[in-house]
Design a protein around this ligand. Structure first.
Ligand code: ADP
Length: 377
């Protein structure tokens, strides 16, 4: 059992006027795969390094299995950290790379041998034990790096952008590899990335963070925006930031006025709201007010059947670009000052300048307050 509690953790770097990380509050369950995701500078690495013990915690409490470890040295926390750069020793075999840390810690030879062979078995590295890192694939090298953590019985794995140095194809296969290894060894893991696809595909739960500029312009303040499963963040984003960060291409947004059961935009389109959405906006006091409407590219359709079903939610637009991605086409359009992207069939081809009719599946849309940008729900 390895549980972690990050209780209202704050970080202020020496000489900084503001917190680089503010009020990070999270309980991590045994075996959970947690991903910290957000744009550069939002405090992901800082938080990870506080868990590792490489940075002091300014305020708040970090517990590992119920014990407060704020003042414990990194080596005594039972944590293994895997960085972008695996830093394997090139002149040593796979076996020696995995055994090295144990030798330093004066483990007995028999014990080392047993641990290395067990880890190699788990990781599918048995047949490579006598090879040097240069003779391994990127994926195998990564497994060796993880092996070094496994032999030490690390309770918690911390990974900081472990895939960001790899090319796109390798990144996808390594992502699958990490997921597979996690399923096999079940170690509690925190993984840092700026890539929402990695977060969506790997995480049991995602912690999505944002950064705002300090009022005095020096540095940034990092905050947690939402914590939840990938599905929760995708389907029920707490605010516009989360809605826009998760999903690719990003959610479309435009401002509109709520007039009874109609959404009216300055650019001139009128969209009929389904009864449920109308009632929600009315109850929350938005009738006669502006909202930000958000809709995902897959919820905007060019299909005549959909148009005939929801004639009140159809807009006319001009194609600006059509991107064929093989299995699908991303159709970029403009209607007045509103730019939208719709995910359509690969067989649909359009030329820039062409007029199209697109239907918005308003029932799946999201509404945000224009001031606070919080979801209206
Ligand atoms: P992320 O990992 O999300 O990109 P970081 O945790 O690296 O973000 O950085 C968060 C903020 O803390 C940034 O504004 C960064 O400039 C600042 N920061 C990071 N490391 C230090 C440091 N050693 N000293 C001072 N400020 C730092």
């Amino acid at each position: 059992m390895v549980e972690l509690n990050l209780n209202h953790i704050y970080k202020k770097y020496p000489n900084a006027s503001h917190y680089a990380v503010e009020d990070f509050d999270l309980d991590i369950k045994d075996k959970e795969f947690i991903v910290f995701v957000g744009p550069s500078g939002c405090g992901k690495s800082t938080t990870l390094r506080m868990v590792a013990g490489l940075e002091d915690i300014t305020e708040g409490e970090l517990k590992i299995d119920g014990e407060v470890v704020n003042d414990k040295a990194p080596k005594d926390r039972g944590i293994a950290m895997i960085f972008q750069n695996y830093a394997l020793y090139p002149h040593m075999t796979v076996y020696d790379n995995m055994a090295f840390g144990l030798k330093l810690r004066k483990y007995k030879k028999d014990d080392i041998d047993k641990r290395v062979r067990e880890a190699a078995e788990i990781l599918g590295l048995t047949e490579f034990l006598q090879r040097k890192p240069a003779d391994l694939s990127g994926g195998q090298r990564q497994r060796v790096a993880m092996g070094r953590a496994i032999v030490r019985d690390a309770k918690v794995f911390l990974m900081d952008e472990p895939l960001s140095n790899l090319d796109a194809k390798l990144r996808v296969s390594m992502r699958a590899e990490i997921a597979k290894i996690h399923r096999r060894i079940g170690s509690t893991t925190i993984y840092v990335t700026h890539d929402q696809t990695e977060a969506m595909t790997l995480a049991d739960r995602i912690v999505i963070m944002s950064s705002t500029k300090n009022p005095d312009g020096s540095g940034t303040i990092g905050r947690v925006e939402q914590i939840g499963t990938p599905q929760e963040l995708y389907n029920r984003p707490a605010n516009k930031f989360v809605a826009g960060f998760i999903g690719s291409p990003a959610m479309n947004f435009f401002e509109a006025m709520v007039e009874g059961n109609t959404l009216v935009n300055d650019a001139g389109f009128k969209i009929t709201l389904p009864e449920g959405k109308k009632r929600l906006l009315e109850t929350k006091g938005y009738n006669g007010k502006k909202v930000i409407f958000g809709i995902r590219p897959e919820d905007i359709s060019n299909h005549p059947l959909v148009r005939d079903t929801y004639p009140g939610a159809t807009i006319k637009a001009e194609v600006t670009m059509s991107e064929l991605l093989g299995a699908e086409t991303m159709l970029y359009v403009k209607s007045g000052d509103v730019e939208l992207v719709s995910r359509t069939d690969a067989s649909d081809t359009y030329e820039p300048g062409e007029q199209v009719e697109l239907t918005l599946n308003v029932a799946t849309g999201h509404f945000f307050d224009p001031e606070t940008e919080a979801a209206i729900r």
